[in-house]
Design a protein around this ligand. Structure first.
Ligand SMILES: NC(=O)c1ccc[n+]([C@@H]2O[C@H](COP(=O)([O-])OP(=O)(O)OC[C@H]3O[C@@H](n4cnc5c(N)ncnc54)[C@H](O)[C@@H]3O)[C@@H](O)[C@H]2O)c1
Length: 303
C-alpha cells in the first residue's frame, strides 16, 4: 500500500513464527500495508519438535502473490545464532529492521506434578530466550536509527494462570516483565515495546477449545492491533492488550487501598485483623510504574 496512513510503507518487519497461525496473519497484514516482511519460521510441530522450510515459504509465496515483498527465514529464535540470522535476513534483503513481532511459540502442556525439566526448558527457550535473543539482535540497530516498534506475545495463561501450563504461564508472564523494562529503556530512542495477550484458533489451540468457539476466533482478528502497535505514530509504550474475536482491550494493575501499619504495629495478629480491608478492592488504584508502587507502599512513612 503506497502512502500507508500508518507509516508502514517501506518499513521492514520481522515476524517470528510466521509460517502459520497468528504469525502468518500478522505477516500478511504488514505486507498489505506496504511493509517488507521477513517471514521467520522453524517449521516444526506445535510442541517444538522437528523443522522445515515449507511453512515459511508458503507464507512468502502468499505475500508475493498478493503483490507484497517478503523473504523467508528458517532459523530458530531460541539460539543467539538463530536470532542473528533472522535479523541478518532483514538487513540482507531490505537493508534495515524497523519492526519486530516476537510471536514464535510452542506448547508442552502437563500438570505440574508431571512437568519435566525438558518440558520446562524448551518452553522457556522458545518463548523467553527466543524473545530475548531476537530483540537483543534487533535492539542496537533500532537504537542506532532511533526507530523501532516491538511487539511481544504474552498470554492470558500467564496473566491469570491456566491448568496444565506452569511452564508456559511462567514464560508468558516473564515476557511482560521483559517488555515493560524494554519499554523504559527504549523510550528515548523512539523504540516502542507493547505486549499482546491474544486468543485465536490455531494448531496450538485447536484441541483446547470447542469448534463453535474456535470459529469465532480467526487469527485475522488479532493482527490489526499488532500492525497498529507498530505504526509510526503509535502513542503508547509498555502497555498490555488482550485481543481476540474482534475485541481489543488494555489491561492495568490494580492495588487495593489496603492498610498501612507502622513497623511497631505490624504482626501476624494485625494482618489477620486487617485481612478484609487488605483484600477490599473498593478504592483500588491503578499503578503505572515502579515509582508509583514504591510511593504507595511508603506513603505512610514519608508523612
Ligand atoms: N492461539 C492462541 O489462542 C494464543 C493465546 C495466547 C498466546 N498465543 C501465542 O501466540 C503466538 C502464536 O501462536 P499460534 O496460536 O499462532 O500458534 P502456532 O503454532 O500456529 O504458531 C507458532 C509458530 O511458531 C513457530 N515456531 C515454534 N518454535 C519456533 C522457533 N524456535 N523458531 C521459530 N519459529 C518457531 C511454529 O512453527 C509456528 O508456526 C505464540 O507465542 C503463542 O504462545 C496464542
Amino acid at each position: 500500500m503506497a502512502n500507508d496512513p500508518f507509516g508502514l510503507n517501506g518499513r521492514t518487519a520481522v515476524i517470528t513464527g510466521a509460517g502459520g497461525g497468528l504469525g502468518r496473519t500478522h505477516a500478511l497484514l504488514f505486507a498489505k500495508h506496504g511493509a517488507n516482511v521477513v517471514v521467520n519460521d522453524l517449521g516444526g510441530k506445535f510442541d517444538g519438535s522437528g523443522k522445515g522450510s515449507e511453512m515459511a515459504d508458503k507464507v512468502v509465496a502468499e505475500i508475493k502473490a498478493a503483490g507484497g515483498k517478503a523473504v523467508a527465514n528458517y532459523d530458530s529464535v531460541s539460539t543467539e545464532a538463530g536470532a542473528a540470522g533472522i535479523v541478518k535476513s532483514a538487513i540482507d534483503a531490505f537493508g534495515r529492521i524497523d519492526i519486530l513481532v516476537n510471536n514464535a511459540g510452542i506448547l508442552r502442556d502437563k500438570s505440574f506434578v508431571n512437568m519435566t525439566d525438558a518440558d520446562w526448558d524448551i518452553v522457556f527457550a522458545v518463548h523467553v530466550k527466543g524473545t530475548y535473543y531476537c530483540t537483543k539482535a534487533a535492539w542496537p540497530l533500532m537504537r542506532e536509527q532511533k526507530y523501532g516498534r516491538v511487539v511481544i506475545t504474552s498470554s492470558a495463561s500467564g496473566i491469570y494462570g491456566n491448568f496444565g501450563q506452569t511452564n508456559y504461564a511462567a514464560a508468558k508472564m516473564g515476557l511482560i516483565g521483559l517488555a515493560q523494562t524494554l519499554a523504559l529503556e527504549g523510550e528515548k530512542y523512539n523504540i516502542r515495546v507493547n505486549t499482546i495477550a491474544p486468543v485465536a484458533a490455531s494448531r496450538m489451540t485447536e484441541s483446547l477449545m470447542p469448534p463453535n468457539i474456535l470459529e469465532k476466533l480467526q487469527p485475522e482478528c488479532v493482527s490489526p492491533l499488532v500492525v497498529y502497535l507498530c505504526s509510526e505514530n503509535i502513542d503508547v509504550n509498555g502497555e498490555v492488550y488482550e485481543v481476540g474475536a474482534g475485541a481489543v482491550a488494555r489491561l492495568e494493575w490494580l492495588r487495593s487501598k489496603g492498610l498501612a501499619m507502622t513497623p511497631e504495629q505490624i504482626n501476624v495478629e494485625a494482618v489477620a485483623a486487617a485481612w478484609k480491608q487488605i483484600n477490599d478492592m473498593t478504592d483500588a488504584k491503578v499503578l503505572r510504574s515502579i515509582g508509583e508502587s514504591t510511593q504507595a507502599t511508603l506513603a505512610h512513612c514519608l508523612g
